[in-house]
Design a binder for this molecule. Structure first.
Ligand code: UD1
Ligand code: MG
Length: 521
């Protein structure tokens, strides 16, 4: 969009307030993080530090967003392309200071007019409302520059806001350049500013490097503007924690806890029960419905959603997983899965990408599901791997089954119909299908389709070698026990009823299956 100017009162022309440029400073290395990852890319509850800063600026709907990159520029660029594809990365080859960084950003956007908002890339707790209030105050006062300040209990390491006797901002002084008197000041520079583009450009060319670090300090812009008689302002943040920067991993952890508390408070006030907020970590990108319950030691990450009345936890991690209303997920790990309304997961389940559990289905204990649909009301209760499969409705998969999906080169699909009952300890060697209402026998390796309503049996017949232990393991405790049992049996009436025989030792006549074949609900 072309720069639009409007005459406000006829006497002077001001730029439209919405013509804004956001510049995020993210070229620094963050030495104290001691990390191969650039500091601004460290993650914190759903976004990188840089991502948090960019999202705080997002409601400004700036005309252009520029990010000054340097250390780890390729990584930062790649991340930007993902999270704010419209942002322009400006390369600062050498980190010659925050003033230098803003200077090269504006040189890359000579057409920029109106308000320029500058944000340090390492201030992740900043709220959008605070940035908006800073900009409103700046534009309302028609200031040349406005700095976001905060009163902090410990200002060590930060730039101090130095005011004159009348309380007006005089200059911003860095800790290392401050006099003992200035070090006493508890009002600090948050590293977040609003500037008028034209006046900022004028003074950026005049920055000196005559300071302890030999850098061009952006903060010196304020002193220069004051000397030139330009109006500058201070906007005080109501909540100083928003202005906290992050320099090492201890500070990162502290910021993460603060953000956790803020997010958790918001959800509790919105009607979500968090049974142990201190051990509940919810990414800022997660959504929860009213009356969802989150039990202790639970992490909800990425694009996860928890529906109304669902109970998640204790000991659950959900990543990009949608849990429907009234479902339960207990002591489990899920990534990219969908858990339908009223479904039940765990304890100790692992749902992998594209595990899709329909309404009221069940994935039980020590069950892993990947790229598979479990139909409504169907159950996979115990010790099973379901990969690349479709299971219809109201079916039951016997314990300890494996959907054998991988031939070493390609993945293949297994299809189980509705109302099927598969036996315990089955292997479904894909591609294979078990029809509606079909059964399979326990211990079967199913390599051929089982038609609807059929019983699939794929196991060797049992053979008992009578007396083997007595002969081959004579003298052992087993042999003695067997001997006692056989003597006892011979002194009793041996016959068993037909019904007992089916449940008991051997296969019934004309059948190779038993009632217990599928009984692992
Ligand atoms: C800066 C402020 C200080 C303020 C503090 C708030 C200056 C001179 N000082 O100090 O008053 O209290 O932030 O956290 O601005 N960066 C670049 N290029 C550079 C130098 C820095 O992109 O050449 C980036 C860094 O990556 C970082 C931000 O600018 O995101 C701030 O730089 P940093 O070195 O952390 O400044 P501080 O010493 O913290
Ligand atoms: Mg800093």
């Amino acid at each position: 969009m072309a720069a639009r100017l409007s005459a406000s009162d006829g006497s002077h022309v001001v730029s439209e307030p919405h013509l804004r440029t956001v510049v995020v400073l993210a070229a620094g290395e963050g030495k104290r993080m001691k990390s191969a990852l650039p500091k601004v890319l460290h993650p914190m509850l759903g976004r990188t530090l840089l991502g948090h800063v960019l999202s705080a600026a997002e409601p400004l709907a700036a005309e252009r967003t520029m990010v000054v990159v340097g250390h780890g520029a390729d990584q930062v660029r790649a991340h930007l392309a993902e999270v704010v594809p419209g942002a322009v990365a400006v390369h600062q080859a050498e980190q010659l200071g925050t003033g230098h960084a803003v200077r090269i950003a504006l040189e890359a956007a000579p057409e920029a007019t109106g308000t320029v908002v500058v944000l340090n890339g390492d201030v992740p707790l900043l709220r959008p409302e605070t940035v908006a209030a800073l900009v409103a105050a700046h534009e309302g006062e028609r200031a040349a520059a406005t700095v976001l300040a905060a009163e902090v209990p410990d200002p060590t390491g930060l730039g101090r806001i130095v005011r004159n006797a009348a309380g007006r901002l005089e200059q911003i002084v860095e800790q290392r350049d401050a006099t003992p008197g200035q070090l006493e000041i508890k009002e600090i520079n948050a590293g977040i500013y609003a500037f008028d583009a034209g006046r900022l450009r004028d003074v950026l060319g005049k920055l000196s490097t005559d300071n302890d670090q030999g850098e061009e300090y952006l903060t010196d812009v304020f002193g220069l503007l004051v000397s030139a008689g330009e109006p500058v302002a201070v906007h005080l943040a109501a909540d100083h924690t928003e202005t906290l920067g992050c320099n090492d991993r201890v500070e990162l952890a502290a910021l993460r806890r603060l953000l956790r508390d803020r997010v958790n408070e918001r959800w509790m006030r919105a009607g979500v029960s968090l049974l142990d907020p201190e051990t509940t970590w919810i990414d800022v990108t997660v959504a929860l419905d009213r009356d969802a319950v989150v039990d202790q030691n639970t992490q909800l990450r990425g694009g996860s959603v928890v529906g109304s009345g669902a109970v998640v936890g204790p000991d659950v991690t959900l990543v990009d997983t949608v849990v429907g209303a009234g479902a339960t997920v207990l002591r489990s790990h899920a990534v990219g899965a969908q858990v339908g309304p009223g479904a039940s997961v765990g304890p100790y389940a692992y749902l992998r990408p594209d595990a899709r559990l329909a309404e009221k289905s069940k994935v039980g204990t020590f069950v892993e599901v990947k790229n598979a649909e479990i139909g409504a009301g169907s159950k996979v209760p115990h010790l099973t791997y379901v990969g690349d499969a479709t299971i219809g409705e109201q079916s039951n998969i016997g314990a300890a089954s494996v959907f054998v999906n991988y031939d070493g080169v390609k993945k293949h699909r297994t299809v189980i119909g509705s109302h099927a009952r598969t036996g315990a300890d089955n292997m479904f060697v894909a591609p294979v299908e078990v029809g509606d209402g079909a059964y399979t026998a326990a211990g079967s390796v199913i390599i051929e389709n089982v038609p609807a309503g059929a019983m699939g049996v794929a196991r060797a017949r049992q053979r008992n070698i009578e007396g083997w232990v007595l002969k081959r393991r004579a003298g052992t405790a087993a042999a003695e026990a067997a001997e006692r049992a056989l003597q006892g049996a011979s002194s009793q009436v041996p016959a068993a009823s037909e019904g007992e025989a089916i449940h008991g030792a051997a296969e019934s006549v004309g059948s190779v299956t038993k009632a217990g074949d599928t009984a692992t609900e």
